[in-house]
Design a protein around this ligand. Structure first.
Ligand code: FAD
Length: 376
């Protein structure tokens, strides 16, 4: 008898695990998504480090049209006056098959969706209740339909409403004190940034990341800026007040349509009360975006859970949770440290930071420990 898996949420994590199980004939997999359709409009970028590209290659990522992604080979660090401090050679972490990749999130989602069969995906489905019936789990949806399954994988993102329903308590992420302002550039304005690399400009209480998202010249710009949470933020005014005084040349980056997201992070991951229910992606743990590992970790978690469940090991809940926890601790610590380093404002500390960066990014042991352990 095939085992049935229900996945809740069709983001990067949910679609990845569905693709991995699609080829395993011992399982039947269905993804339940709250929205009526998968939004493919959103054109913002995502960075995928080699650790996730190696997994996506197993489901055919390399077949994506060559024009639709980029493989930046460097991460260049700049001070607020556009002076290049140093660079990190990203390609040192690449292999022939797995390269640091940047692309539009919508391109990745469309690729993952197109690899599934239509009956793997159900839209307009929101969980109302989950209960245990012998060895199985019964899902009741808000539209009064239900499904009896062997395993449930929850991948409904940072706010994971389903987690609160399942665990029967309110589990909320916390606002990390900054917002992400995002825009797309059709081409790079006159500057000393390299259009084929990732540029990281470190400012007072903010940093900007620019990277190519395809080979058509389009670039993703994201500005992470410390800001009180509010419903109505005038983004152009905020950029003018906080960013432009630090370098007026940065104005040209923010001329197009701007959007913003408040950044939320998780408090603590926890195991489910059910032995056959698992959390992956942001629903398991949401990091600050300063290591650009959120999507990569969603993909890694999907692959780990796929491997454990395929082997039918009765210790899967403990093993999966332990492995994820170890990984999360390392990446969360680095993401938080990066956040503080990128936003240093004291002139003396800035000089120390810049000089230390120059030394550390040449040190192989440091690079292999701080970044290699995450990317490989
Ligand atoms: C500013 C910013 C920049 C980032 N940049 C990067 C980057 O460069 N690289 C990187 O690796 N990561 C990045 N991330 C993080 C990355 O985007 C996320 O970690 C990743 O998308 C999480 O994937 P997910 O599948 O867990 O959740 P999501 O992508 O949020 O998907 C959740 C899905 O569940 C659905 N859903 C929600 N509620 C329900 C429900 N109740 N029932 C059913 N379905 C539901 C949603 O509609 C959605 O389809 C960034 C994040 C931010 C904020």
């Amino acid at each position: 008898m095939k085992k049935k898996i229900a996945v809740v949420g069709s983001g990067i994590a949910g679609l990845t695990i569905a693709n991995l199980f699609k080829k395993n004939l011992n399982f039947e997999i269905v993804v339940y998504e709250k929205e009526k359709i998968l939004s493919l409009e959103e054109g913002y970028g995502i960075q995928l480090a080699p650790n996730s590209v190696s997994i996506l290659n197993k489901i055919g990522l390399s077949s994506i049209d060559n024009k639709e992604f980029s493989n930046p080979s460097n991460l260049n660090f700049y001070s607020n006056d556009n002076h290049k401090i140093c660079d990190l050679n990203l390609s040192r972490f690449n292999s022939e098959e797995f390269k640091y990749t940047t692309l539009k999130r919508s391109v990745l989602i469309e690729f993952l969706k197109n690899k599934l069969f239509a009956n793997n995906l159900r839209f307009g489905k929101e969980v109302k209740k989950i209960s245990q019936i012998k060895e199985k789990l019964l899902i009741n949806f808000k539209d009064n339909t239900n499904d009896l399954v062997d395993f449930i994988v929850i991948s409904d993102g940072v706010f994971s409403n389903t987690k609160s329903i399942v665990e029967n308590k309110s589990i909320q992420p916390v606002y990390n004190g900054s917002i992400a302002i995002r825009t797309i550039l059709k081409n790079l304005p006159e500057s000393n940034y390299d259009k084929n690399s990732i540029s990281l400009i470190m400012l007072k209480n903010a940093h900007i990341v620019i990277y190519p998202i395809n080979k058509k010249g389009e670039l993703n710009v994201v500005c992470i800026i410390r800001q009180k949470l509010s419903n109505n933020i005038d983004l152009k005014a905020l950029i003018k007040k906080e960013i432009i005084p630090q370098n007026k040349n940065l104005e040209s980056l923010f001329e197009n349509k701007l959007e913003y997201w408040p950044i939320y992070t998780s408090k603590k991951p926890s195991k489910s009360i059910y032995e056959n229910l698992f959390y992956i992606g942001d629903a398991f743990f949401t990091f600050p975006p300063t290591m650009a590992q959120g999507a990569s970790q969603s993909i890694e978690a999907a692959n780990e859970l796929f491997n454990f469940l395929s082997k039918d090991n009765k210790h899967t809940p403990d093993l999966f949770f332990k492995k994820r926890l170890e990984r999360i601790k390392v990446i969360n610590r680095r993401s938080k440290l990066n956040y503080r380093i990128f936003h240093v404002s004291n002139p003396i500390l800035k000089t120390i930071r810049n000089e230390s960066l120059k030394i550390m990014l040449k040190n192989k042991i440091f690079l292999n420990n701080y970044i290699g352990k995450v990317y490989n």
